[in-house]
Design a protein around this ligand. Sequence first.
Ligand code: 6GP
Length: 838
Amino acid sequence: MTSLIPPGCPTVLTEDDRTGTSVETLRRAFMDNLFFVQGRFPEVATKNDHYLALAYTVRDRLLLRWLNSAKTYRDQFSRTVCYLSAEFLLGPHLGNNLINLGLYDAVAEAMQQTGLDLNVLLDQEEEPGLGNGGLGRLAACYMDSLATLEIPAIGYGIRYEYGIFDQEIRDGWQVEITDKWLRYGNPWEIARPEITLPVKFGGSTYSYTDDQGRYRVVWQPHQMVQGIAYDTPILGYKVNTANLLRLWRAEAIESFDFQAFNTGDYYGAVNEKIASENITKVLYPNDEQLQGKELRLMQQYFLCSCALQDMIRLYLQCSSDLTRFHHKFTVQLNDTHPAISVAELMRLLVDEHLLPWDTAWDITRQTFAYTNHTLLPEALEKWPLPLFGSLLPRHLQIIYEINQRFLDQVRLAYPGDQERLARLSIIDESECRYVRMANLACVGSHAINGVAALHSELLKQTVLRDFYELTPEKFSNKTNGVTPRRWMVLSNPGLTRLISNHIGEDWIKHLDQLRRLEPLAEDAGFAAEWHAVKHKNKVRLAEYIQQRVGISVDPSSIFDILVKRIHEYKRQHLCVLNIITLYQRLKDHPNLDITPHTFIFGGKAAPGYYKAKLIIKLINSVAEVVNTDPTVADRLKVVFLPDYNVTCGQRVYPAADLSEQISTAGYEASGTGNMKFALNGALTIGTLDGANVEIREEVGAENFFLFGNTVEQLQEIWRNGYRPWEIANNNPMLKRVLDLISCGHFSHGDTELFRPIVEHLWQNDRYCLLADYQSYVDCQEQATRLYRDQKQWVKMSILNVARMGKFSSDRAIREYCEDIWRVQPVHVPLADTSYIAQ
Ligand code: 6GP
């Protein structure tokens, strides 16, 4: 009888098929998974079958490391970092895992032998877009570095059924499409239905004194849901450490429905189920903007309660003495989204584990540390008291108690200073009453940090000033970083190879080693290779642009790129003003000799943020006119790349010549795209904002295009009464540019369309575009002129990369470990795999 099993499939599975790394083994394991996991004959297998079979093959190798990590941590009761974040913007797993396993080339070869192209399979992965932008992506980079540095860590987050929306552009406008990322399955996660934790909402509380004379409070909820754990291994680079990312999904508790069901209210029961499961349905697409939605508060509490209950559960498996909880776990609050944890840990320790208040408070404060990610006042989370109290009645009581004790201390420190007391209070009593989450996070944490030097300073002077004055010792700065594994090795193989050929591979784990490139900046041969790599990356991006939006761009023009969320403070429209300025100049002098210039934009606008959406429309409208005007004759091109996400970032950063980091000074907390660009050899045009300041310090002022007012200058401008209309009236070119938009030149004669943008610039200009306009235009000109001197440009590009070592997320994580978390690496040995035989 002939076997049904196709040739190439192992008939007897050996341990090696799950863990082995030779090309032959990988190929056999892949065939086996295609047959036995995907249930497909090779002849009928789809691209997705191939992708999944490969993903499972890679996952087996991850699991070996993951189980060994878990066992090591458990045996040693290792101190563990818990990174609590409402967002983890991971990006696709497959390529990254191949890099970190050191299996990229072997798998590419194995696929080729099977007649498949690894790149096609990589493209098949739906990226898990469980974040909005910077904050979520930072969490992902930090998970990579924690594992690479062999630090025991758990990331706790929410398993949104729909991540950040997909963006389509129709008639120049953004249209949001639901992100059904789980549609074809997610091979990287393991559901843990046995790890299920109850989460309560609403209802009321009552108190009594128990038979030992203790005051007890009982919370009788109105609604109960359960959190189910979904685990994803996060592997470090060329180490055995694979940490845990545990995301929670909400589900109705069956027994809770029964009552309604038994009384005949079937639809009531079903509604309850739907309501419960809505909690983790969708990521809120607001980046840095508050929206006081009840469901959002439910999400936040759901995450915190699941995470903390899980930590306590893990702790109690090894010790019954909860008073040492903070020795086992240190918890980082990624902004205030998980700040309700402070009250939840108190509730769990006091109400459920019967610890005295003071002991519990000590543990709580020693457990938490808080990172602030924005100075925008509209992003400071506050919840209306009635909403908060009706959803979390017990937490409101706990917060009152925390606040009362805290304010007693403040009174001692500042007798009679009522205003300060009101500002420090966790409860905002001004108009309507609110719970202020940043205040809760500050009071409940032993450490508070900003994400770049300037931002940390401004925090101390502005939004957290009173807290800084009260407890200056809690404050520090931790400048952000990005992982060189995803943002160089995976996304820029050409540059990675070139660098490694000259200085070895150490830089991938020790980014400071890039310094060794400095002497090569003078080496003509090296410079030529450097230029060739960049050019190839640009050709590849040009092909992608052609295929995606049908615009042909010249790879030898300067690729000037601005990709990030669309927001007025990030000033995408300042870049547009410069484009129109160049356009105007060409119209005035058709034979003007300008550097051919390709402007590339990408980014999503929050669906409810009209101005941001209008900025997208403006970019596309200007693109339409500029790209087709015969006078321009291809010397200017404007491209808006739809659906900017991690995958798109991986294409874009390696192909950039000029990186646009043009936020109003004082508004961008750090930025991390700025780091990804510079690390990939782009030069930066930027303001003294966020981490730009430190990037410029590192790469040298002569290798950075600086423009614009500083924070202090802007403060001065506002103090003296900012009058943008005067600037516009005194600058003929600027005025012409604004008028050209207003007169409908870019909107088929419609003079109303862009009025909200232009009018705001004339009259108010909160983000000071007009104040920075001339300086920006001049700086752009300087940069594009310099671009013509390719020798000089390439040299500057090499020096930029050579001096970017500081901006590795490994450096950032080391600082967190030493200053805040006080945690040490734990080496994970790859124990024998005899568990297979057990
Ligand atoms: C962002 C900041 O805007 C960005 O500057 C920073 O690099 C990033 O966080 C990581 O620290 N903030 C957010 O995305 C946000 O939602 C509440 O802040």
